[in-house]
Write a protein that binds this ligand. Structure first.
Ligand code: FES
Length: 170
């Protein structure tokens, strides 16, 4: 179990009506409630931006799934953020094809230009950088995603353009 949850008196927050509505909808797709855990965490993250201990406990109580089990789901599925993230989460693929085509130097470029390492968020809360396994576009490596957008054949110049674009609209 998450140490914070295990050792402090954190209380579940109240799920919102929207969250409950969507979780109930997901329940209709699964034969038993336990299987809805991951979808419920995704729903909470969609509305809250990340999954706090309070949110995890709320889902745990609502679906009657132990916090341990949910924490395991959240840990296994690396798109569930257990810490606050920036407005734009940069998911940089670091699997084989992207690694062979220079994702390490792209990561170094992010660190140099944004001042963040993997798992960190810029001071203005605009960007969080996270490494992810294969995004399924290996023939166009290196690849990254921001939100629903996928960016392929990345170079440092292309990254500079993309970052400038996000800065201008945020
Ligand atoms: S290895 Fe990066 S997209 Fe497949």
């Amino acid at each position: 179990m998450n140490n914070l949850i295990a050792t402090t008196a954190i209380k579940a927050r109240q799920l919102t009506d929207e969250e409950i509505h969507e979780i109930e909808h997901e329940k209709t797709h699964y034969p038993y409630t336990q299987a809805v855990g991951l979808e419920a965490l995704k729903i909470v993250q969609k509305y809250q931006g990340w999954v706090s201990d309070e949110s995890l406990l709320a889902v745990s109580e609502y679906l009657n799934i132990s916090p341990d089990e949910l924490e395991g789901v959240a840990t296994f599925f690396n798109m569930i953020f257990r810490r606050p993230v920036g407005k734009n989460v940069i998911l940089l693929c670091d699997s084989v094809a992207c690694w062979m085509l220079g994702c390490d130097s792209l990561k170094a470029h992010f660190t140099k230009t944004l001042g963040i390492d993997y798992g960190e968020t810029t001071e203005d809360d605009l960007f969080t950088l996270i490494p992810v396994p294969c995004l399924g576009d290996c023939d166009k490596a290196p690849v990254m995603m921001i939100g629903r957008e996928t960016y392929r054949n990345l170079t440092t110049d292309k990254i500079d353009e993309i970052i400038a674009e996000y800065r201008s609209k945020n």
